[in-house]
Structures are given as C-alpha cells and as structure tokens.
Design a protein around this ligand. Sequence first.
Ligand SMILES: [Zn+2]
Length: 158
Amino acid sequence: MGEIFPDALPIFVHEAVLEEILDFSEQDVSRERGGFLVGGLHEDRRMYVEVRHFLPALETRSRAASLTFTHETWSELNKEVETKFADEVVIGWHHTHPNFGIFLSAYDLFIHRNFFSQPWQIAMVVDPQRQELGFFQWRQDQVADCGFVCVWDDKPRP
Ligand SMILES: [Zn+2]
C-alpha cells in the first residue's frame, strides 16, 4: 500500500497488528491517541523493519489536536518493551489525527526528530474518521511519507 521507494527501507506490518492499531484509533475520536510500534530490524540482502506489536501509550496527555508523550509514557514504554518484548526494538510511533488527515505537523516532526532519530524509525498516522492511514520514514534528513507491506499471517498459501 502506498509508494515504496526502491532505495528506502521496506516496512512490513502484520495484519493483526494493523487491525489492532485501527481499532485502538477508532475507540476515541474526540482527541488524538497514540502508541508505539515494536518489532524487529532485519537484514536479509537488504535491511527492513517488521512491525510485530503495538503498545498503546496510556499515560498521554492529549488535547483535540495534540498529543504529548510525558516522562511516564517513556518509562512505561521502556519497561513494557523490556519485560514483554525483550528481543525487540521500538520501531516507531503511531498517533491519530481525528478528521484532519494524514501528515506530520511541525510538532510531530519535532517528536520524530528528537525521539525517533534512528534512520530506520518510522511514524504512522491514522485518521479514524476519514479512514485513512499513512507511514513516514527518514529519507536523507527529511521525514517523508512512504508505503508499507501488509503481512497476512493466517492466509493459506497457494
Ligand atoms: Zn500529529
């Protein structure tokens, strides 16, 4: 889905995780909600990231159009990743834009630059009302929108 640039890091998202994120995004459309994408960074001829889990950020302070990750958000995230997903890494973050579309605001870019500065870290934005979603990744020193590959886990193989 979306454009996957030939020289960019491919993003694989498990369908079950995508569903989980979309469900979470739809549960409250009166404000922004967010969370973290957890999974693996792999190298198999070329490097790619695989989103295997979603951790909702519960301790956020959120207003209609902005989401704040507090100190508690980060410590809770690190604790959860260490205990539940010890072999995995934080691939990126997710947040919603209820009815205002898919883009990264100046504030979102600030968060991405400061907390997700690794070249393989990604951002996901979901608009639960318009039913749109998008991924963003580092391209040189910019954060650009990009496509992703959805992985169906339980589909019988042909
Ligand atoms: Zn935003």
